[in-house]
Design a protein around this ligand. Structure first.
Ligand SMILES: Cc1ncc(COP(=O)(O)O)c(C=O)c1O
Length: 431
């Protein structure tokens, strides 16, 4: 067991040697000594309930025994081979994934993470279409590499490039229904997509890159929004690249979120949970017809690691056998009702699709004015102090992102919701 001084020493070394991409809020970083299910324990022995699932990765919970066993077995067989060759683990995972996805894709290309998966997706689309431009949605995040950054909407991400980004991408409106400018949902005619045809036609548009449900803030478009956008792009021969990096592998209550809408994209990217949390895998899926028009030329040195692939296969077995999609759907509903029952004046919108969740905080519900930065930080800090890991996100940085492992129980959700109720009251009172 670590002593307090051990943990202080590790934290001091973290500060001295480990580079981080942003300043961290109070209580972070948590240096994790062990993790199991939805619970992580830091080096000082403090326990946290993890409502972030790593970075939305550990869908079957931390260190699920089946995932660990599969990875351990693979460790003794083969680890990594050249991209010119293959392993049984990768072939098996490719077949399994292709069979879970619509017939519009039938080949899998493995890389090392989500950003790379999107880079390959955009390369395939541009080469196959012989067109340069990619449309993305407002509020989108698609990765940290230069190409993927071009398809991120927020300046706070784009400017990390340190150079002006090329002008080969452009934004389309997303379906931010809570802040819709056009009127109530009952009369919605998807007016937010008016003018999209002209935007797509004004440029040499190869593809639209979009998440089926926007992870940042849990923005789930209505069916008619997707139907209209899909019709528009198909009638122009524009490809759809669906980013399932965060929404895939059971997160939204379906194995892939495209099932909610019946979408059949020509290209799909996956990542995050795909490796079961063992190393990192990205994957780009496309059809034979598109692959035939594509010259990759390069391959990531460590793409398609056999241990990650074996763990990913075990993760899918676990999701199926333990009915984790069903649990995600049920717990998302439970979460929604529990947060709604707080009837807190700061809770503006509650958006869960399965366990892709967001709670948007406002000063008051009728004006929807965004809650102040100090209050939002106060809420995060207090929940952190009480042993709950959450993140804040959204267009206005006012959304509590709630994305625990899909194994979460109603009892664990109750713990968070009780703490949230007390926290909202305390922060409002300024105590
Ligand atoms: C929707 C989406 N796309 C792409 C990425 C990039 O994936 P990675 O961080 O594995 O490169 C992320 C990561 O947060 C994501 O959420």
């Amino acid at each position: 067991m670590s002593t307090l001084s051990d943990s202080d020493a590790i934290l001091a070394k973290d500060t001295k040697y480990v580079m981080r991409p942003w300043p961290h809020p109070p209580g972070e970083p948590v240096i994790v000594a062990k993790a199991s299910g939805c619970t992580i324990t830091d080096v000082a022995g403090k326990e946290y309930l993890d409502f972030t699932a790593g970075y939305f990765v550990n869908n079957a919970g931390h260190c699920h025994p089946r995932v660990v066993e599969a990875a351990t077995k693979q460790l003794h067989q083969v680890l990594q081979v050249s991209g010119k060759h293959g392993t049984v683990a990768v072939v098996k995972l490719a077949e399994r994934l292709v069979n879970l996805l619509p017939g519009s894709v039938n080949k899998a290309f493995f890389s090392t993470g989500g950003s790379e998966a999107n880079e390959f997706a955009m390369k395939i689309a541009r080469q196959a279409q012989k067109k340069t431009d990619i449309a993305y949605l407002d509020n989108a995040y698609h990765g940290l590499t230069l190409g993927a950054l071009e398809a991120c909407s927020s300046e706070k991400y784009r400017e990390t490039a340190g150079v002006p980004l090329p002008n080969h991408t452009f934004a389309l409106p997303n379906a931010y229904c809570y802040r819709c400018k056009f009127g109530p949902a009952a009369t919605c005619k998807v007016e937010c997509l008016d003018g999209v045809e002209a935007k797509l036609d004004a440029r040499p548009t190869a593809a639209i890159l979009a998440e089926p449900i926007q992870s940042v803030g849990g923005i789930a478009p209505p069916q008619k929004w997707w139907d209209r956008l899909d019709r528009i792009r198909k009638s122009r021969g524009i490809l759809l690249i669906l980013d399932e990096i965060q929404t895939g592998l059971g997160r939204t209550g379906k194995m892939f979120a495209l099932e909610h809408y019946g979408l059949e994209p020509e290209i799909i990217s996956a990542g995050k949970g795909l490796s079961g949390g063992v190393g990192s895998l990205g994957c780009t899926f496309a059809s034979d017809a598109l692959v035939a028009k594509f010259f990759g030329g390069t391959t990531p040195t460590s793409g398609g690691n056999a241990v990650s692939a074996a763990a990913g296969y075990a993760l899918i077995d676990t999701i199926v056998d333990e009915k984790l999609c069903e649990n995600a759907a049920a717990m998302g509903r439970y979460f929604t009702e529990a947060v709604a029952a707080l009837e807190d004046p700061w809770v503006g919108d509650i958006r869960f699709t399965g366990l892709l969740g967001g709670v948007e905080l406002v000063k008051d519900r009728s004006s929807k004015e965004v809650l102040g930065k100090a209050q939002i930080s106060g809420i995060r800090d207090r929940l952190h102090e009480e042993g709950f890991l959450i993140t804040i996100s959204g267009t206005y940085s006012n959304v509590l992102r709630l994305q625990p492992p899909l194994t979460i129980t109603s009892g664990q959700i109750d713990q968070l919701v009780t703490a949230l109720r007390n926290t909202l009251i305390a922060v409002r009172k300024g105590v």
